[in-house]
Design a protein around this ligand. Structure first.
Ligand code: SF4
Ligand code: SF4
Ligand code: SF4
Length: 275
């Protein structure tokens, strides 16, 4: 096969991220953006390259490269709150920087292009949860999705209250909120994973970011499609899906369609190459 065709997706992802990197570098006059988005683009492209090479750890490699960079370098060393509180904070201060750019690219407008790729390949919370033993849920899905709206509202109320009360040293509070928030996310995520026998229970019921991710990914350009002429209805793809997606239904309103994290487990398991 023509190498350009074979490696189309790694190349196109690299080009998109480089375009974002260069645009932000030149418009914001800050070399950090060139480094940041080039690194993320290279990591994702490398993972896609590994996937094409049928490396079974391809997705985990990207998760670790991007997740650790964001958690350790951006979060702990650069002290940027990249959680949802950080997004509200920068939004309220009217600054298009750090968390606002991150949210715009990865979680609000990006999902129109690459759906919930963030959740499958970059999120540092899921990076840890995916090491737990329940990769495929062992119990049916619960009707607990309403919790995400409570956590979403709580984050918004917290930051609004800090602004209204004109609290000083808000950057320091944001950094502490980042530490406390992450510890809480990991603790709740691990407890829920074991309670519901489902590594991704936190993503399904609690994560506030899904309030942005789900509606935007409904319109995603990139999505798993089923070639009906090849499919033999064996159901393997649905049995391996961590997010309970009815992937053989090609309609946008397919069951749990906005939950797809593009992990490719269904694609790898299909005996007929129908996905
Ligand atoms: S749903 Fe939330 S916690 Fe789960 S992977 Fe996506 S952003 Fe991360
Ligand atoms: S297994 Fe397939 S349908 Fe399920 S989340 Fe992964 S890519 Fe999406
Ligand atoms: S695994 Fe493949 S053949 Fe089986 S139901 Fe899914 S798409 Fe069809």
């Amino acid at each position: 096969m023509n190498p350009i065709k074979k490696y189309f997706y790694p190349i196109i992802i690299l080009v998109i991220f480089e375009a974002v990197a260069v645009t932000l570098w030149l418009t914001k006059h800050n070399l950090f953006y060139l480094f940041n988005f080039s690194y993320i683009g290279l990591s994702i492209s490398f993972g896609l390259f590994l996937f094409i090479k049928k490396n079974k750890h391809a997705r985990r490699v990207v998760q670790l490269l991007v997740g650790l960079y964001m958690l350790v370098y951006l979060g702990l060393i650069c002290r940027e709150n990249m959680q949802i509180e950080g997004f509200w904070y920068y939004l309220f201060t009217g600054v298009f920087e750090a968390a606002t750019i991150h949210y715009a690219v990865a979680k609000i407008f990006g999902p129109l292009l690459f759906g919930r790729g963030w959740c499958g390949y970059a999120c540092w919370t899921a990076m840890v949860l995916d090491f737990l033993p329940y990769r495929v849920p062992a119990q049916p899905r619960k009707k607990l999705g309403w919790i995400r709206y409570v956590t979403f509202a709580a984050s918004l109320i917290l930051v609004t209250a800090l602004f209204l009360a004109k609290v000083g040293h808000i950057e320091r509070i944001m950094f502490r909120a980042f530490i406390v928030g992450n510890v809480a996310y990991y603790a709740v995520g691990v407890i829920l994973a074991f309670a519901f026998k489902d590594n991704r229970a936190f993503c399904k019921y609690v994560c506030p970011i899904t309030v942005f991710l789900k509606p935007m990914s409904y319109f995603s350009l990139l999505r798993i499609q089923c070639k009906k002429d090849k499919c033999i209805d064996c159901g393997k793809c649905k049995r391996v899906c961590p997010m309970d997606v009815d992937v053989t239904d090609n309609s946008r309103s397919r069951k749990n369609g906005t939950e797809c994290i593009l992990c490719m487990e269904c694609v790898k398991s299909c005996p007929k190459d129908a996905l």
